[in-house]
Ligand binder design. Structure first.
Ligand SMILES: Nc1ncnc2c1ncn2[C@@H]1O[C@H](COP(=O)(O)OP(=O)(O)O)[C@@H](O)[C@H]1O
Ligand SMILES: [Mg+2]
Length: 250
């Protein structure tokens, strides 16, 4: 293998024999098998598109990779920036949180709006994870936090402008924004910090053509910068523009 798959030809992500079922407790414990023996890998700079009808388990896979859902069987081997291999299916909550801060990014279909936080800071705060963590036992340093947040606002502004979010909205909390405006804040948050593994769940679902094109550019730039991407793109034009490979969900 060559450089396209990252250092020494290693994949960033290797999914092996993944099984996942949901138990429906409200329906007498009925089991709903969703993922049955899924295997694939993703290298740096690749974008794998998950393709299939609604309800086939695409979002479930993304949530397993983000450490939100446990799995029933199989491994989700993720190679970290420093070369360690972590099974995302077995990672501790602490490991998952650390990886989300530093290496994983997830753009969900919906923004989980934090009350009272301005759109600009919803985006900027994502970059604070890059700042060195406080030493154990240190109390929260508010002046330092404010200084780091201010520095993070510049790239946040640049992305919100690129995504054509009106500047009049930047200092307002996104809770009352339209679906498309909230989604652009969500996308800006997902892209404001480089990610080694980028998970995208229908990022363009509520966007107009102009902003879809911006998202296509952002995804291509992330690929060029070496991100490994797993995404669901309901829009075929977007999928064709960004995906290097498709996985069919039957
Ligand atoms: N947390 C959950 N509990 C129970 N069933 C779920 C849960 N999440 C998803 N499902 C079910 O799993 C199936 C796959 O859902 P999902 O992964 O969202 O599909 P897709 O993203 O391909 O449309 C659906 O039948 C859905 O109802
Ligand atoms: Mg889905």
């Amino acid at each position: 293998m060559n450089g396209a798959n990252g250092a020494n030809g290693h994949h960033v992500l290797q999914v092996r024999d993944l099984h996942k079922a949901f138990t429906l407790h409200l329906r007498d414990g009925l089991t709903l098998p969703v993922l049955q023996g899924l295997s694939f890998e993703v290298g740096a700079g690749e974008c794998v598109a998950l393709v299939g009808a609604s309800g086939r388990g695409k979002s479930t896979l993304i949530k397993c990779l983000h450490g939100s859902y446990g799995v029933d069987q199989g491994t989700l081997l993720y190679r970290t920036a420093d070369g360690a291999v972590v099974d995302l299916a077995q990672a501790t909550p602490r490991q998952v949180i650390a990886l989300r801060r530093q290496e994983l990014a997830y753009v969900s279909q919906f923004l989980r709006a934090v009350p009272r936080v301005a759109a600009l800071d919803v985006v900027a705060e994502r970059r604070l994870a890059l700042a060195a963590p406080l030493p154990e036992g240190t109390v929260f340093d508010e002046p330092l936090h404010d200084q780091q947040l201010e520095a993070a606002r510049a790239p946040a502004r640049a992305l919100l402008a690129r995504l054509n979010l009106p500047e009049s909205l930047w200092l307002l909390p996104p809770a009352t924004f339209s679906g498309g405006e909230q989604q652009r804040v969500n996308i800006a948050r997902g892209f404001v910090q480089p990610a080694r593994l980028l998970l995208l769940d229908e990022p363009t679902a509520s966007l107009d053509a102009m902003n879809r094109r911006v998202v296509i550019e952002l995804i291509r730039e992330a690929r060029a910068a070496g991100s490994a991407i797993v995404g669901i793109f309901h829009d075929e034009e977007v999928r064709d523009a960004v995906a290097t490979r498709c996985i069919e969900f039957h």
